[in-house]
Design a protein around this ligand. Structure first.
Ligand code: HEC
Length: 118
């Protein structure tokens, strides 16, 4: 049957190493988005075209203009402060820090400055 073959091809495509890795990367990015919407959106622009609600809080999509975004992963897991009195200190589990960074990297407007981790 044609459709059984199609289903098999689809299953192989979905569970093959490449697409599975892409899939888990997407899940990570989605988790990161939920976390920043929960914890950071009060002050920072967290999307692709919103504005920061707190004056002076940099839009997340422009962070890579300041520094490679992946340096934040360690900082977020160890206790992150911006040095700004308005911004609370955050500490995330390593998994959550990785998700947040994956999301941040996915929205940078300056792809040339985006760190390439493989
Ligand atoms: C209560 C408001 C507030 C919240 C909530 C907040 N921030 Fe900030 N954040 C700021 C402000 C204001 C600045 C600007 C600090 C400065 O330029 O001195 C800032 C700066 C930053 C910077 C740039 C720091 C630098 O050294 O350039 C990063 C990265 C950042 N915040 C990440 C986050 C993340 C991630 C979250 C959520 C987990 C978050 N912030 C939540 C207010 C906030």
């Amino acid at each position: 049957m044609l459709c059984r073959t199609a289903a098999l091809v689809l299953a192989v495509a979905m569970f093959g190493a490449g697409p599975a890795a892409a899939q888990s990367q997407r899940v990570l990015v989605q988790r990161g988005e939920v976390l920043v919407r929960q914890h950071c959106a009060l002050c920072h622009a967290v999307g692709r075209d919103d504005a920061s609600r707190y004056p002076g809080a940099p839009p997340f999509r422009e962070l890579s203009k300041r520094y490679p975004v992946d340096v934040l992963e360690e900082a977020l897991a160890e206790g992150f402060t911006s040095g700004h009195p308005a911004m609370p200190e955050f500490t995330f589990s390593p998994e959550r820090a990785a998700a947040i960074v994956a999301y941040l990297m996915s929205i940078q407007t300056d792809p040339g400055a985006r760190p390439q981790r493989r």
